[in-house]
Design a protein around this ligand. Sequence first.
Ligand code: MSP
Length: 481
Amino acid sequence: MKKYYITTPIYYINDVPHIGHAYTTIAADVLSRYFRVKFGEKNVLFLTGTDEHGAKIAEAAKSHHQDPQKFVDELVPKFKSTWKNLNISYDIFFRTTNPKHEKFVQNFLSRLKEKDLIYKKKYTGLYCVGCEKFVVEKDLVDGKCPDHPNKKVICHSEENWFFKLSKFQKPLLDAIKNKDYEILPLTRKNEVVSKIAMGLEDISISRAGVKWGIPLEWDKSQTIYVWVDALLNYLSALNIDKKVGLKWWPADMHLMAKDILWFHAVIWPALLMAYGSIEDSPLGVCKLPKKIFAHGFFTINGQKMSKTVGNVIDPNVWVKKYGADAVRYYLLTVTPFGEDGNVSEEELKTRYNNELANELGNLINRVINMISRYNVKCQMSNVKTKIQNSKVNKLIEELIFDEALREIWKEIRAANNFIEQNRPWELAKNDPEKLEKILHDLFNNLELIAYSLEPFLPETSAKIKDQLKTLIPKPLFPRIK
Ligand code: MSP
């Protein structure tokens, strides 16, 4: 039996979600919906959630004069409602403050310690709280982290527990070479491989100074590094819910942007390898995730999205104005998945009016109208089988979402042209037989279009199917001035 376990990153809960978070989550939703049709509803598991520990969250809570647990508890509903507004069909919303997860993480690390893969050492280095990672001088621009120019890089000198990542250089390179796991797209894989080849240093997996975190089992004075805590969610979510279970592991797809690929493509597989060799482990041998895909980064008018610049876009605002499907459509087509791209509301509006209102909306409206006016008998068929081997499917499986949608739009444009060429309103006067044939063909095209749109625009797809059944057209995308 085929199964598909897909994850988004669990997002830092220091603020409400923005369109960058929405982007990854929408893409994961498209894949989940697609594989639910292909493998069956029950054979897809889609995980998203929130990363709730660490200095970054503690600081955010403090700036709101709130206790961190209360602070995150109040933000979770904002994530959930955003995903609801965008029609995200996740199965698991995972939170790292779940006590069962905390226990799981502690046990996991204790086993690495037993295996002598964790040791204590004094370390001095520069730390960026924005990234929640140590940085090196040469990566800084004017002494600041290029990704977080508004946050101070702090000098940390602590005695911490370290994971022997250096031992895993060869195993990781071998695993990548043997395709035990795949890093995508290829350009990103090459970057990761050459960086591993340059050598891996051991990483600290605990913090003495951070109180908001999971304490180490054997040294309660230290909390577990938030990235280790977070990465383990993909596994602990399965383990702690017995109804879900470890049968879902390994993940078939970890989705994220390029910013956190290193953690997923290097540190995560190394942790799994380290754990997996323990024979009496309750998890058995930990297989590696099958695919890790890093997409690009959105900018707003060429600038990084940031609170200080004041250009952060709340997806809910766009959904309210344009609808969930328009936001999904725009974000998935604005740039090839994998590359960086610029987004703007102006462009969203133009594309909404041209592609969604004029091309798709009009087509549905005209065809349903004519079928009902000329009283042509049409029936829904089961087109699911027809779309099974389509070009669109192949593109979805390769995560080439923009091309997949362009393929569907080719059909939409072709159908509009077909109407112009055949002028059914004239046939109605002099060739009723041809009229019927043409409207039948169009009906079938619409049905195909509705099915192929389902993973991308679920609401619109359902509305089209409904209109095909009832033959009552309602505007799908009213024009926006
Ligand atoms: N908490 C960690 C992830 C732990 S996963 C085990 C984290 N959180 S985050 O809130 O910073 O989310 C980063 C992710 O959000 C990116 O990898 C990407 O999926 C999404 N994006 C955030 N900003 C983005 C853009 N500007 N553009 C595209 N995606 C963006 O890192």
